[in-house]
Design a protein around this ligand. Structure first.
Ligand code: GAL
Length: 706
C-alpha cells in the first residue's frame, strides 16, 4: 500500500524478484575468551598482534533473515571484524521505553557474527551521524529542559551516560565482550567530534574528555576508540576516517594506526546522481594504508542496506543506503568489487606476520614510487611497492628484480619477491546478480502477474482530524511535530471583501512563502496551487486565485529526514517559519499573513486511522484508478513470490510518498526526483584522489526507483 503526494500511480508498479538462489551456510564457531589490548603496532588479541580487516554492516538496515547470509558473505570476502553503530533512537523511541526486537535485535546480531567466527567493533556513539535520522538521537532528547547536545551540559551528559551504560551492561550480561568470551574486541565513543568541536569552544573540549573517561569507566575490558579526534586522551585510540588514511599517525607512539571508516563508495540523495568508487582505487587506498604501517582497516560500508521507515537522515538522503558497497543493498555480491577486495585481503593476510613484527622501512624507488619492507626477527619478509603517480606506469628495480607498476597502484609481495596482487589488476568475477521482474499492474494480463486488485482513499486537504490546534504566528516544524510524522499542515482562513485589491485580477495575486524545507505544497481552497523543495530554505512565489468571501490557504510542509551532521545539527529547523505574504501585482498592496491565527495539524489523517496498516473500511475499488492526484493512498494485495530471495518494488511511475508492506514501512519513495542529466560517466578514471563527487552515474534518472 502506498501513500503519495502528487502521486501518479504506476502503470508500472511492479514487483521484482531475484532468481538466483541465496545460499546461507553457517560455518564453524570460533572460541573467544580473548584479552584485547594494543601497542604501537596493532591490536593485541590474546597476546598476539593482529592485522584485522573489518566491514560495516548496520543491523537495522537489513532484516534479521538477511543477517546470517550477510555475515557469511563478509567472512567469505576475507573480513575478520564486523563493525556497527548502535542506533539510540530506534532502541529508545520514548524515554525509558526500549525496543530491541526484530531489526533492532542488537544482541542477536552480535551473536550471529560470533557464530560465524568473526569479531565485532561496537560503535556506541551514541551520536552516530551515519546518514541516520537526527544522527541517531531520539527526538525526546531535544525537549529535555536546558539540554544542549554534544557539549559540556549536565542533562545531555546524564542521558548519554545512561544509554551508553545501558548498552554496555546489555553486552556484558550476554557475555559479548571479548574479555568475557564474546566477539566484541573494540568499542567507539562519540563520532568524529574532532571535526566540529571547535564550534563548542572550551565546553567542547571538556565534553570530549568527559566522554572518554565516562567510556573508560564502564570497564568493558576491551579498548575504546574515538574517530577523527586527534586529541583523544589515553587510553583511547584516536583513529582515522576518510577515503585515504595512509598519511595518518595516531597521537601517541603507544597506539596503533587504525582506520575506522574507509568509505567504499558514498551515500545518495534524492535528486542527485549516484556516487560510485572504482574498486581499483579502493584497493589502492587499503594497500597504501597497510604499506605505511596500518594494521586495522574498516570498510564503511561493506553492506549499506536500506533506510527503512523514516530512519534516513538528511534532509533528502535516499531510502537506499547501498553506498556502492561490496555487498549491495539487497545482499547480493557487487562484482568485481567484492571479489577484488577478497583477493586483496588474502594477499595482505599472507603478510600478517611481517606486518605486525616491525614498523615498515620505507624507501623511494623514484618519483612517486615507493617501497615498504616489513621483516620479522626470524627473517621472513613482506613488501609493498607503490606507484602513486596518476598517469604513468612504471618499471622499478627492487631486491634485484624488476617490477611493472601501473599508475596509482600497489603490488603486494608477501615474500619480498613474488607479486601476488596488484590493486589495479582485477582477476575476480565481474558479473553481479540481477533482478527478475513480475508485474503488479492492475491491468496486467501476463502470467507473471502477482496481483491486480488496487483500491484507494483520498487524504483530505487541510485540517481534518481531532487534535488540530490554533496558534498565532508560524511554528517551526520539528518542535511542533516532534518528528512523529513527516507532515505538518498550516491552515489559514481569510475573508476577502468584494472591494479588496486581491480580487481585481485573481491571477495577479501572488503568495510568497519562505520555509526552512524540506518540501512545501500550497493548496488554495482545496486545490493544489504549487509545490517546491529545497534546503536549507524553500522560497516559493505563486500566482493564486481568491474568491470573494471565505478563502482557505492550506500549506503542507513535509520533512524528508532530519539533519544528521555538523556542529549544532540538532538545532537545524524545518517548516514554514515565514514570512508568508500575499501581494497584489497591480496595486502593490500586501498582507503579511505570518502572524495571523494559523491552525495546525500534525500528520495526515490516514496515518492516524491506520491506513498505513491497511485497516479501513473506506477503501474504494474503481477502474481506472484515479491518478495524478495530490494526497492519495493506494493499496493492493498480492501473493509473495516463492522462496527467500530478496524482493524489491519498482516505484517508477509513482510520485513521492511512503510505502508499507504488511504494515511495516519500507521507506520513502520519490522517483520523480530526477538527477541532473550531465556530469556522469560509467567509466570513471580510478587514478588520482577520489572524492565523493568524482565518479557519478545515473544522470537524468530517478535517484532511486527500487
Ligand atoms: C562520516 C561519519 C559516518 C558517515 C560518513 C558518511 O563522517 O562518521 O557516520 O556519516 O561520514 O557516510
Amino acid at each position: 500500500m502506498m501513500i503519495a503526494e502528487k502521486m501518479v500511480r504506476g502503470r508500472k508498479v511492479e514487483i521484482l524478484i531475484l532468481l538466483q538462489l541465496l545460499v546461507s551456510a553457517m560455518v564453524a564457531t570460533v572460541a573467544y575468551g580473548a584479552n584485547v589490548t594494543y601497542d604501537h603496532r596493532a591490536l593485541v588479541v590474546d597476546g598476539k598482534r593482529r592485522v584485522l580487516i573489518s566491514g560495516s554492516i548496520h543491523y537495522p538496515r537489513s532484516t534479521p533473515e538477511m543477517w546470517p547470509d550477510l555475515v557469511q558473505k563478509s567472512k567469505d570476502g576475507g573480513l575478520d571484524v564486523i563493525e556497527t553503530y548502535v542506533f539510540w533512537n530506534v532502541h529508545e523511541p520514548e524515554k525509558n521505553q526500549y525496543n530491541f526486537e526484530g531489526r533492532y535485535d542488537l544482541v542477536k546480531f552480535v551473536k550471529l557474527v560470533a557464530e560465524a567466527g568473526l569479531y565485532v567493533h561496537l560503535r556506541i556513539g551514541p551520536y552516530v551521524c551515519a546518514e541516520w535520522n537526527y544522527g541517531g538521537f531520539p527526538l525526546w532528547l531535544h525537549f529535555i529542559p536546558g539540554i544542549k547536545f554534544r557539549t559540556d551540559n549536565e542533562p545531555f551528559r546524564a542521558e548519554m551516560q545512561r544509554f551508553t551504560a545501558k548498552i554496555v551492561d546489555m553486552m556484558k550480561q550476554e557475555k559479548l565482550y571479548s574479555s568475557q568470551g564474546g566477539p566484541i574486541i573494540l568499542s567507539q565513543i562519540e563520532n568524529e567530534y574532532g571535526n566540529i568541536d571547535s564550534a563548542y569552544g572550551l565546553a567542547g573540549k571538556n565534553y570530549m574528555k568527559w566522554s572518554a573517561s565516562m567510556a573508560v569507566s564502564l570497564d568493558t575490558g576491551v579498548p575504546w576508540v574515538m574517530c577523527q579526534q586527534a586529541d583523544a586522551p589515553d587510553p583511547i585510540i584516536n583513529t582515522c576516517n576518510g577515503f585515504y588514511c595512509d598519511q595518518f599517525t595516531p597521537n601517541s607512539n603507544k597506539k596503533p594506526k587504525m582506520w575506522t571508516e574507509n568509505w567504499s563508495g558514498w551515500f545518495s540523495s534524492f535528486g542527485e546522481p549516484l556516487p560510485y568508487r572504482p574498486v581499483e582505487d579502493l584497493a589502492f587506498a587499503v594497500a597504501r594504508f597497510f604499506q605505511r604501517g596500518g594494521t586495522f582497516q574498516n570498510y564503511y560500508m561493506y553492506h549499506g542496506g536500506t533506510n527503512f521507515g523514516r530512519s534516513t537522515g538528511g534532509p533528502f538522503i535516499t531510502t537506499s543506503y547501498d553506498y556502492d558497497a561490496p555487498i549491495d543493498e539487497y545482499g547480493l555480491l557487487r562484482q568485481p568489487k567484492w571479489g577484488h577486495l577478497r583477493d586483496l585481503h588474502k594477499a595482505i593476510k599472507l603478510c600478517e606476520d611481517a606486518l605486525v613484527a616491525t614498523d615498515p622501512t620505507i624507501t623511494s624507488l623514484g618519483s612517486n614510487l615507493e617501497a615498504s619492507v616489513y621483516k620479522t626477527a626470524s627473517g621472513s619478509c613482506a613488501a609493498f611497492l607503490a606507484n602513486i603517480g596518476t598517469h604513468s606506469d612504471a618499471t622499478v628495480a627492487f631486491n634485484g628484480n624488476t617490477y611493472h607498476l601501473p599508475a596509482w597502484s600497489v603490488s603486494i609481495l608477501p615474500d619480498c619477491k613474488n607479486v601476488v596482487f596488484n590493486t589495479a589488476k582485477i582477476n575476480s568475477a565481474t558479473e553481479s546478480e540481477t533482478f527478475a521482474r513480475q508485474s503488479l499492474k492492475p491491468d496486467a494480463d501476463s502470467s507473471g502477474d502477482l496481483g491486480s486488485q488496487w483500491s484507494y482513499i483520498k487524504e483530505p486537504v487541510g485540517i481534518s482530524k481531532a487534535g488540530a490546534f490554533v496558534k498565532p504566528g508560524l511554528l517551526e516544524q520539528i518542535n511542533t511535530t516532534a518528528d512523529k510524522s513527516d507532515y505538518l499542515w498550516y491552515s489559514l482562513s481569510m475573508d476577502i471583501k468584494g472591494d479588496e485589491p486581491f480580487l481585481d485580477d485573481g491571477s495577479k495575486s501572488v503568495l510568497h512563502i519562505e520555509s526552512l524545507g524540506h518540501v512545501l505544497h500550497v493548496f488554495i481552497n482545496g486545490e493544489l496551487a504549487g509545490s517546491a523543495t529545497g534546503k536549507p530554505r524553500v522560497s516559493l512565489a505563486i500566482p493564486i486565485s481568491l474568491v470573494p468571501g471565505k478563502n482557505t490557504i492550506a500549506l503542507l510542509s513535509v520533512t524528508v529526514g532530519l539533519q544528521n551532521y555538523g556542529a549544532f545539527f540538532d538545532l537545524t529547523g524545518a517548516g514554514i517559519t515565514g514570512p508568508v505574504i500575499l501581494k497584489n501585482g497591480n496595486s502593490g498592496s500586501t498582507i503579511d499573513l505570518s502572524s495571523k491565527q494559523w491552525t495546525y495539524q500534525v500528520g495526515l489523517k490516514g496515518e492516524d486511522t491506520g491506513l498505513s496498516t491497511g485497516d479501513s473500511s473506506e477503501w474504494v475499488s474503481e477502474s481506472p484508478l484515479p491518478t495524478k492526484q495530490p494526497l492519495i493512498w493506494y493499496k493492493t494485495t498480492f501473493d509473495a513470490p516463492a522462496g527467500s530471495d530478496p524482493v524489491a518494488i519498482d516505484f517508477t511511475g509513482a510520485g513521492k510518498g511512503m510505502a508499507w508492506v504488511n504494515g511495516e514501512s519500507i521507506g520513502r519513495f520519490w522517483p520523480t526526483n530526477i538527477a541532473r542529466d550531465s556530469g556522469c560517466t560509467d567509466s570513471c578514471d580510478y587514478r588520482g584522489s577520489y572524492r565523493s563527487n568524482k565518479c557519478l552515474k545515473n544522470c537524468g534518472k530517478p535517484s532511486q526507483s527500487l
